[in-house]
Design a protein around this ligand. Structure first.
Ligand code: ARG
Length: 582
């Protein structure tokens, strides 16, 4: 269905034509002076020159031709603004059509794209920490937004599963349990099905081994050797690696599920490994690999670079490949498997240069053709109240699990105090609210900006927060449950708060489209917040349940249930849900 602003612009265009003017200036926007009008058209000003007339005269001519079924008031104001208010009847009719639309008026994208969203990016066997949080939260939302608009999206977690951490774990295990068959070079039998460690042991081994490698050069050497042997698929090490993967992936799945984040593809750096040798061979043939201090690099600097872009290192002087090599090989694999129109990456902004180099190398070597879009969003840091990257109280890296548990506990206390839900339901409800608090606190910021994690603020039921949106939805649910009437059609607004709510609802398709075009969940956040505000104002100023005129009451119910659907749509795209009570 047509977007509300487009209908208004078309109405203006007709009036421009009828008054004898070029109608390409008839664009209508939401008013930036809500005290004066709801919408405005500023086209008379730029038109004045070619029309050789004062803008105010043009504005007057246009206003005289305007359709008054659409506008209840239209006013030409010096120097040539056209201030507009829409007709209540016209507005409510639009909303009644919007209600019938299963996407609440959001258009589908013109051409459905195939997109790979690379997000999450945890490192296997290292506990998930909040550094990976933003990638998961933003990526999940962007994936949902793309899908909502009709793209075919593959969400790929792209685990770090092939690096030194694996060698460290293997080397440490060898010291602790040298008798395991994995370390027996002549063993040819079947390895045990059961992993020789649990997830907690694994999480203890890695930091221990990592610390040890920093003070024990001999051990560090062993870990490097084990990494190398693993990468060359030494049988016992590879079998151990498979155990590490199984145990870790199960744990990761549980953690991400707690966050309402899920991936279609659980691939990682190890899956890109087989693509590396043929890719390097291709680069060699193309003649784009250059020697530099024994390393092989692709020159990616371009004329007009504002800062120096160093060459992309493909093979180090010791023969090892790097992070960039893996990312390029992963692109080769994705081009083959998914034929994407777009590759979208989400990592923290410290990786901006890495992706710039990788993208340039990918174009230069032709592994990504011109028509395929490459985009990396480098997001800012989640900081503590001291403005520094968020840490635990004792200064350590905060584990994601701990963070979620802390928020959940805090919220649980709050809802128990409110006494709306009983103790049995409280924990489940608290988890739902905690996820909303965390995700909204993150997504409501522009992704590229740093933000401060503030538990009390994020979890507040009032203000610009996730719980406030949930609270609004819960409030509407409760009214609808108590209403003892079904909703009817939305009738014309009879006061300001009703009209404002209707206007906000009518702008939903535009807002959604903007979020899609800019891959920007924060647009949905601000829209949902505005909508929740409009709902609550309407609720406070309208006697809904005690309304005796049945027709009116049904219309109010229709309006708030539309608002509920809209809010639910928004939070679903943001990646969280609402409880029944709170
Ligand atoms: N594992 C990486 C890290 O922890 C993030 C991976 C991001 N994705 C990618 N294709 N490089 O920094």
């Amino acid at each position: 269905m047509e977007k509300f602003l487009d209908i208004l612009s078309k109405t203006l265009a007709k009036a421009f034509t009828a008054a004898g003017y070029d109608n390409s200036y008839a664009n209508v926007t939401v008013s930036n002076r809500p005290d004066l009008c709801e919408f405005q058209c500023n086209g008379a000003m730029p038109l004045a020159k070619t029309a050789r007339k004062a803008p105010i005269m043009i504005a007057n001519d246009v206003v005289a031709q305007l359709d008054n079924e659409v506008f209840s008031s239209a006013e030409a104001v010096n120097p040539g603004f056209i201030n507009l208010r829409v007709h209540e009847d016209f507005l409510s009719k639009y909303l009644n059509v919007l209600r019938e639309n299963d996407r609440l008026g959001a258009p589908k994208c013109e051409k459905s794209r195939s997109v790979v969203v690379d997000y999450g990016g945890p490192n296997v066997a290292k506990p998930l920490h909040i550094g990976h949080l933003r990638s998961a939260i933003i990526g999940e939302s962007v994936k949902r937004i793309y899908r909502y608009f009709g793209d075919t999206v593959v969400g790929d977690i792209h685990m770090g599963d092939w690096g030194l951490q694996m060698g460290l774990i293997i080397a440490e295990l060898k010291e602790r349990k040298p008798d395991l068959p994995y370390f027996d070079d002549v063993f040819t039998g079947e390895y045990p099905e059961q992993a020789p460690f649990t997830i907690s042991e694994l999480e203890e081994i890695y930091p221990f081994a990592s610390g040890k490698s920093k003070v024990d050069a001999d051990f560090a050497e062993k870990a490097h050797a084990a990494t190398y042997e693993l990468q060359n698929r030494k049988r016992g090490y590879y079998a151990l690696w498979e155990h590490i993967m199984r145990v870790s992936v199960a744990d990761l799945k549980r953690n991400y599920a707690n966050l309402n984040v899920d991936f279609d593809v659980w691939m990682g750096e190890s899956d890109a490994d087989p693509y590396i040798p043929p890719m390097i061979e291709m680069f060699e043939k193309q003649g784009i690999l250059q020697e530099s201090d024994g390393a092989k690099v692709i020159e990616v600097a371009e004329d007009g670079d504002k800062k120096e872009i160093p060459p992309c290192i493909i093979v180090k002087s010791d023969g090892a490949t790097l992070y960039a090599t893996t990312d390029l090989a992963t692109i080769v694999q994705r081009m083959q498997d998914f034929k994407p129109d777009k590759l979208f990456y989400l990592t923290d902004k410290r990786q901006n240069l890495h992706f710039e180099q990788v993208f340039r190398a990918a174009r230069k070597s032709g592994i990504v053709p011109e028509h395929v879009e490459l985009e990396h969003v480098g997001f800012g840091t989640m900081n503590g109240k001291d403005g520094k990257p968020f840490k635990t109280r004792d200064g350590g890296v905060m584990r994601l699990e701990t963070l979620i548990a802390d928020i959940t506990n805090y919220v649980e206390q709050k809802i128990l105090e409110n006494q709306v839900v009983d103790a049995a339901e409280a924990h489940k409800t608290a988890k739902i609210i905690a996820v909303a608090a965390l995700k909204y606190g993150d997504l409501s910021n522009l992704a590229t900006k740093d933000y401060i994690f503030d538990l009390e603020r994020f979890a507040a039921f009032e203000g610009n927060t996730g719980p406030y949106l949930l609270y609004t939805i819960v409030r509407i649910k409760s009214i609808l449950n108590r209403a003892e009437l079904t909703d009817g059609t939305i009738s014309e607004a009879n006061n300001e708060s009703a009209k404002n709510l209707q206007l906000v609802l009518s702008s939903m398709p535009e807002q959604m489209l903007m979020a899609y075009r800019d891959s920007a969940p924060n647009v949905i956040c601000s829209y949902a917040y505005e909508l929740a505000g409009a709902v609550n104002k309407f609720y406070h100023e309208t006697r809904i349940l005690t309304e005796t005129d049945e027709e009116k009451k049904r219309s109010y119910l229709a309006l708030i249930s539309l608002a509920k659907r809209a809010l639910e749509e928004c939070i679903d795209l943001l990646g969280f849900e609402a409880p029944e009570r709170m």
